[in-house]
Design a protein around this ligand. Structure first.
Ligand SMILES: NC(=O)c1ccc[n+]([C@@H]2O[C@H](COP(=O)([O-])OP(=O)(O)OC[C@H]3O[C@@H](n4cnc5c(N)ncnc54)[C@H](OP(=O)(O)O)[C@@H]3O)[C@@H](O)[C@H]2O)c1
Length: 333
C-alpha cells in the first residue's frame, strides 16, 4: 500500500513539474537553454567580429550589440551608404573609436569576389574571433516557376557565399578558438513552407554543412545555429521575385506577404539571444514570435506525425492565400 502511495505522489509531482515546464515553454520566446543563457556585459569585449548582412535588420542589431560590448567589428553588406551610416551612428552612440568599426563592402552572391573580401576582413585587424554568417535573401516563388538563375543566386547568397568566407576564415578562427554564428531560420529545421522552396533548401543546406563542420573542429571552434521565426525586419520587402527584381519594387498595392512589422520578435531580441547562445556554446537555438511557431518547433522535433497533419491543412491555406497576395501586389489592386 505504501509503495502505491509513494508511486502516486511521484506521479503527481512529475505531473506538476511537467505542467510548470509546459507553461514556461509557452510563455518564453525561445527554447529554455537559450532563455536561461547569461550574456555578461563584457562577453565580447576585445573580440574581433565580422558580421555579414550588417546594413539592416538582425545583422545590424548584432553589430550594435557587439560594439556596445567593446568588440571590434567588421560590417559587410552591398549597401555601403547604409554601412557608413551605421558606423557613424555606432561611434556617436557608444563613443567608441572610429577604428573599432570597419566597413567592408561584400556581395555574398558574387562567389568569385569572396576570397579577396575574406582576405581583407582578416587583414583589417590581423585576427578574427567571431564570424556572424547573417546575410540572406528570400524569394516567394512556387518551385515550378523558379528559374535556375534565381535559384542559383539565392543558394549562393544564403549558402555557398557563407561557406566560401567561412573556409577562408577557418584557420584564423581555429587559431583564436573562435565562434561561427549562423543566422539560419525556422525554415532550416521545419520543412514544408509553400512558395519558399529555394529559401528552405538554402537554410537546410546551412544546417547540414555547419553541423558537419562543427564535428570536424569540435575542440577548436564553436558553431551556433539560430532558427528564428518571423522577425520584424524588411526581409520580405527585400525578397526577390521570379525575374530577379525585389518584391518591394513590384509591390504596387502595399500587400504584405507576412506582416513582419507586427511580429513581436524584434531584431534586437534575436541579436541578444543569439550572442548569449553563442557565448554559452549552445548549438541549436529556436526563437519564435508566437505560440503557434513554438508548437511547430516542438511538434516537428518530437512528434513529426502531428506536425504532418497540421502542415497539410496549414500549408494548403498558406499557399492559396500567398498566391492571392502576390497576384494582388503585382497587379496593384
Ligand atoms: N526576418 C525574418 O523573419 C527572418 C527569420 C528567420 C531568419 N532570418 C534570417 O536573418 C538574416 C537577416 O535577415 P533580416 O531579417 O535581418 O533581413 P534584412 O533586414 O533584409 O537584412 C538582410 C541583410 O542581408 C544583406 N544581404 C542581402 N543580400 C546580400 C548579398 N547578396 N550580399 C551581401 N549582403 C546581402 C542585406 O544587405 P544589402 O541589401 O545592403 O546587401 C541586409 O544587411 C537572413 O539570413 C535571414 O534569412 C530572417
Amino acid at each position: 500500500m505504501k509503495v502505491m502511495e509513494a508511486l502516486g505522489y511521484a506521479v503527481a509531482a512529475y505531473g506538476v513539474y511537467f505542467a510548470v515546464k509546459c507553461v514556461r515553454i509557452l510563455r518564453a520566446d525561445c527554447d529554455l537553454p537559450t532563455m536561461r543563457a547569461k550574456l555578461p556585459k563584457d562577453a565580447y569585449k576585445g573580440k574581433v567580429c565580422w558580421v555579414t548582412g550588417a546594413s539592416s535588420g538582425i545583422g545590424k542589431a548584432i553589430a550594435y550589440q557587439l560594439v556596445e560590448q567593446g568588440a571590434t567589428v567588421i560590417i559587410s553588406a552591398r549597401n555601403v551608404q547604409k554601412l557608413n551610416e551605421a558606423k557613424a551612428d555606432m561611434v556617436a552612440k557608444f563613443g567608441c573609436p572610429e577604428g573599432s568599426v570597419h566597413v567592408l563592402p561584400a556581395d555574398l552572391g558574387a562567389l568569385d569576389s569572396l576570397p579577396a573580401v575574406a582576405e581583407k576582413a582578416l587583414a583589417a585587424y590581423g585576427r578574427l574571433d567571431v564570424l556572424v554568417n547573417n546575410a540572406g535573401v528570400t524569394a516567394f516563388i512556387l518551385g515550378k516557376d523558379m528559374s535556375m538563375e534565381v535559384l542559383q543566386n539565392l543558394m549562393t547568397t544564403n549558402f555557398l557565399g557563407q561557406v566560401c568566407i567561412t573556409q577562408k576564415c577557418l584557420p584564423a578562427l581555429v587559431k583564436s578558438k573562435g565562434t561561427i554564428l549562423n543566422m539560419v531560420s525556422r525554415t532550416g529545421v521545419i520543412s514544408g513552407l509553400p512558395y519558399r522552396t529555394a529559401y528552405c533548401a538554402s537554410k537546410h543546406a546551412m544546417v547540414g554543412y555547419f553541423g558537419a563542420l562543427r564535428s570536424e573542429h569540435m575542440e577548436e571552434i564553436k558553431v551556433t545555429n539560430i532558427y528564428p521565426g518571423l522577425v520584424a525586419t524588411n526581409f520580405c520587402e527585400a525578397s526577390v521575385t521570379s525575374d530577379g527584381d525585389s518584391f518591394a519594387s513590384k509591390n504596387k498595392s502595399g500587400a504584405k506577404l507576412f506582416d513582419l512589422d507586427k511580429s513581436t520578435l524584434t531584431p534586437e531580441r534575436v541579436a541578444d539571444r543569439s550572442l548569449a547562445a553563442a557565448y554559452n556554446n549552445i548549438w541549436d537555438v529556436w526563437i519564435w514570435s508566437n505560440v503557434l511557431e513554438c508548437l511547430c518547433f516542438y511538434f516537428n522535433q518530437y512528434s513529426p506525425e502531428i506536425s504532418k497533419s497540421t502542415l497539410i491543412d496549414g500549408a494548403t491555406k498558406l499557399r492559396d492565400n500567398m498566391g492571392k497576395e502576390i497576384e494582388k501586389s503585382t497587379k496593384g489592386h
